[in-house]
Design a protein around this ligand. Structure first.
Ligand code: GDP
Length: 418
């Protein structure tokens, strides 16, 4: 079911420093939008009950989720483990869908009879191994959730929303405190936690910002939460909700898969990005040049993203982050005229012709803007579907250079016909 929902075998986030070994995260798409799937896989359904650690993993996954898919096995029938899980789910008060799986060759009414005893209102039937019922279920459930979410998250003027994200211990809390501790910052009273992250609105030099603090939970005194203060869902939600993502890296550690996963997720979500390489204080010149080389090597695919070498602890370089944040935000919101985009396209084509396809040259005629945040450039022409990726990259680089787009992704759409 996880694979069907995410259409991938790879988990989005495989293992964050051992914190999430027993939970797998993947990204899914339906027509209505994007969603994240957490696979707990930990509960075996053995009659003798649930192993405590596995139950805890599931409880944590449920706590992070907006919606719970509680999957039961029609062939096995109702087990005592199911009843335990049902209780666990109910204590968390999340919207739950009971999914009766493996109903192939069975009469659904008969298959369901037992399970109705669990008392769940939303019941669905699937055969995950044959991809029956899963996609349509996701379409319906996710559409409803997204519609509800949009109707209650109308935030008025929050200014530039800055998501502070990164692996555990890279210095996010320290950076948040430092950003807010600046002299020229006026922090408004904020009503607390509308979602899981803490949203902190403030004003700096007459401009409004809202910090999305994913590390905030550490201030609570609960031991269990301290261990789990780092939440992937919170991080991904913060990215989705931000205008500009500040990805915090630790200069004293190598760049790892998870850093790149977060970066990739932010780019896919169309978010502007600024990279803050933290803990730059007290490093000797040799390690500094090693870190710089590593940054160049691992981040070569995002040359348009500004990197700042900072010390959140001492405040060095922190103020300069704002310049890049504001620049990235402005770029993501930029508006360009059709005239200007078409001129850039014409120049690019003159400089470097698109290739021939079956004896005809691909023609690119004009370009207009299809949206902002992130900016979309729509290119019109003939046979554009045959345009090779290398040429698309060439166009992106050219537009990026001429339009001076820093920090923000640019999306391209290619249309064929008049
Ligand atoms: P978080 O888990 O990402 O929120 O990280 P924290 O802000 O809690 O920081 C983790 C540890 O790194 C703490 O011991 C901080 O004092 C330390 N730390 C954070 N920023 C810096 C920095 O710029 N330089 C140094 N040397 N240590 C830092």
């Amino acid at each position: 079911m996880f694979n069907l929902l995410t259409r991938s075998r790879d988990a989005l986030v495989a293992d964050f420093a051992g914190l999430t070994r027993d939970r797998k995260y993947g990204e899914g798409h339906v027509e209505a939008g994007r969603f994240i799937v957490i696979d707990t896989g930990g509960i075996t359904g053995e009659e003798q009950g649930i192993d405590a650690a596995m139950a805890e993993q599931s409880a944590l996954a449920i706590a992070e989720a907006n919606i719970v898919f509680f999957v039961v096995d029609a062939k096995a029938g109702l087990t005592s483990a199911d009843e335990l899980i049902a209780k666990l789910v109910r204590t968390q008060g999340k919207k739950t869908h009971l999914i009766i799986n493996k109903i192939d060759g069975m009469n659904p009414d008969v298959a369901a009879a037992d399970f109705y005893r669990l008392g769940f209102e939303h019941v669905h039937f699937t055969v995950a191994s044959h991809n029956r019922g899963v996609r349509s279920l996701a379409e319906d459930v996710i559409r409803e959730a997204i519609e509800e979410d949009q109707s209650d998250s109308e935030s008025e003027d929050a200014g530039i929303k800055i998501g502070i994200v990164g692996r555990p211990n890279v210095g996010k809390s320290t950076l948040v405190n430092r950003l807010l501790g600046e002299e020229r910052v006026v922090v408004y009273d904020h009503p607390g936690t509308t979602r899981d992250s803490i949203y902190i609105p403030y004003e700096r030099m007459g401009k409004r910002f809202t910090l999305i603090d994913t590390a905030g939970i550490r201030r609570r005194k609960n031991v269990k939460e301290a261990v789990e203060k780092f939440s992937i869902i919170k991080t991904l939600q913060a990215i989705d909700d931000a205008h500009v993502v500040v990805l915090v890296l630790d200069a004293r550690e190598n760049i790892v898969e998870q850093d790149l996963h977060l970066l990739g997720f932010a780019l896919d979500a169309g978010k502007s990005i600024v990279i803050a390489v933290n803990k730059w204080d007290g490093m000797n010149p040799e390690s500094r040049s090693e870190v710089k080389a590593e940054l160049t090597r691992r981040l070569h695919f995002v040359p348009f993203v500004n990197q700042h070498l900072i010390s959140a602890l001492h405040g060095t370089g922190v103020g300069n982050l704002y310049k890049s944040i504001e620049e990235a935000y402005d770029c993501s919101m930029a508006k360009w005229s059709t005239n200007m985009l078409t001129r850039i396209l014409e120049d690019a084509v003159l400089e470097h012709q698109p290739p021939m396809v079956r004896g005809h040259r691909i023609k690119l005629r004009y370009a207009h803007q299809g949206g902002s945040n992130p900016p979309i450039v729509v290119v019109h022409g003939n046979q554009t579907t045959a345009l090779p990726d290398s040429y698309k990259r060439y166009l992106e680089n050219t537009f990026r250079k001429v339009l001076k787009v820093k920090g923000s992704p640019i999306r391209f759409e290619f249309k064929t016909g008049e």
